[in-house]
Design a protein around this ligand. Sequence first.
Ligand code: AMP
Ligand code: FE
Ligand code: FE
Ligand code: ZN
Length: 287
Amino acid sequence: MRIDLHTHSTASDGTDTPAELVRHAAAAGLDVVALTDHDTTRGHAEAVAALPEGLTLVTGAEISCALDGVSMHLLAYLFDPAEPELLRERELLRDDRVPRAQAMVGRLRELGVPIAWDQVARIAGDGSVGRPHIATALVELGVVPTVSDAFTPEWIADGGRAHIVKHELDPFTAVRLVKAAGGVAVFAHPAAAKRGRTVPEQAIGELAAAGLDGIEVDHMDHDRPARERLRGLARDLGLLTTGSSDYHGSRKEVGLGEYTTDPEIYGEITRRATGAFPVPGAGGSRA
Ligand code: AMP
Ligand code: FE
Ligand code: FE
Ligand code: ZN
């Protein structure tokens, strides 16, 4: 069983439509894929409708959080998408992204970059708008050669010249809301230091005590020592450990299924979830 529990589509900052994403997941030999767009479940219906036989979809989202000013991402799986409190928070997080991205465009214009909001809006389409869309605009304008080259202090990295913070949820609140909606909560790439500051290990312990289910360990942004450290921490705290690609289509180099989650852990996630069930592709799962 090959299981990838973290991917993005055009519903946020990925480049595959949800339908393309599930087709690519099947072609990559995956048995299970989770669609976890930033602060939205908008891609789920299209992914379900296009789900190939033999592939199971885990519905999810990656919730934008911050603890003491440090951004962090919480993966939420198999929650009830209609649960009103979490639905409301997703709306607030998603809606705030628009004025924030517009303000970042303003900063870039002040820095002499001829970027326009229309351009960013076209790139984002109806997806939840984020820095990767602005980065794509900067590539189109020839300001930087690649999307990741925009994530520097000169441009839009955390604390960079044109970076503006977005509305983010307190992770203790987020864990509570995800659990209350019947979901399973996994801290995404907790040691991704190259993206900016990371939360201290003590806070992971506190989140575990508050109901966090697991941490993402096998991720491209974690080097081997970081993975070993996180695995030890998870053992001490009784947390599940996952692995996933965090696929963003052509906006990142990682491929679907490049990192995967152990089937036993996947089984435990599905046992804990009460808000939604994994969706087997038409004709039933190979699993
Ligand atoms: P935002 O949610 O708008 O703050 O943008 C954060 C997103 O930018 C993340 O979900 C990643 O997809 C992307 N990102 C963050 N850091 C980097 C980086 N160093 N290189 C490329 N993409 C990045
Ligand atoms: Fe992203
Ligand atoms: Fe993330
Ligand atoms: Zn992600």
